[in-house]
Write a protein that binds this ligand. Structure first.
Ligand code: DC
Length: 230
């Protein structure tokens, strides 16, 4: 069996991390963990328990004791993973507008980040994993074998999100999508802890001029070189 490595993929909202991480995980038969779902689950938990989202201590305490379990998909309904809190399946609930509205605030709380970072490190300890997020290469797994940082202009990301939603038959407005992406970029990069920055030794992949297959090929190439080098 070839050497099993740890791969991190970081980047801004809607840059295509999930799509690429999932494809790469299928290619390599690795586990894929999207850490964004963990911040979303903590936010969902606080809302579900009617905890004031601005009450940092209560939200942090809840996150520390949240019985969060993430598994490969248990249903064939388009999900990339199954997210459970206890026995409750919250895979789709964490995509709600309410979670979307508050997740950035929750993810700015240091104790929330510390609790989830610890769980993420535990999940990565056996290698053969692709972990995607914002701070995986810089904070969570700074010693990962391969760190990828994906970039694309806000306009390009908005264009792709727009096409995706139109293809699903939704009525959407390009300018609103672009404004939402720019606002999330601002929140992610101005966060005082774990702001969105590439690790010093990350490989930057600019996807503005590349399609999915080309990005995947570039990632596979990077993995091959590393594995061959032993
Ligand atoms: O990638 P996403 O949209 O599912 O992320 C949800 C939120 O969690 C977003 O506000 C960024 C934050 N996040 C984070 O702070 N650190 C991570 N490693 C992953 C996500």
């Amino acid at each position: 069996m070839s050497k099993q490595i740890t791969i991190t993929i970081d980047g801004a909202a809607a840059v295509g991390k999930s799509t690429l991480a999932e494809l790469l995980s299928e290619e390599l038969h690795y586990l894929y963990l999207d850490t964004g779902v963990m911040y979303r689950a903590a936010t969902w938990g606080a809302l579900d328990q009617h905890i004031e989202i601005t009450d940092e201590v209560s939200v942090s305490e809840l996150t520390e004791r949240l019985p969060l379990i993430i598994t490969p998909p248990t249903q064939n309904d388009g999900r990339q993973c199954t997210v459970l809190v206890g026995e409750q399946d919250i895979t789709w609930e964490i995509r709600s507008a309410m979670v979307e509205k508050y997740v950035s605030l929750v993810s700015s709380y240091p104790r929330v980040r510390a609790a989830l970072t610890e769980q993420q490190r535990t999940m990565a300890q056996h290698g053969a994993i692709i972990m995607a997020g914002r701070d995986i290469g810089t904070v969570v797994l700074p010693k990962a074998d391969l760190k990828i940082f994906m970039v694309a202009s806000a306009e390009k990301r908005a264009e792709r999100r727009y096409d995706e939603l139109i293809a699903k038959g939704k009525t959407v407005n390009y300018d609103e999508i672009l404004a939402a992406i720019q606002e999330r970029d601002r929140q992610d990069t101005e966060k005082p802890i774990s702001p969105l920055v590439p690790a010093k030794d990350a490989v930057l992949i600019d996807t503005d001029q590349l399609n999915i297959e080309e990005v995947l090929a570039e990632m596979c190439d990077l993995v091959d070189k590393l594995v061959e080098a032993g």
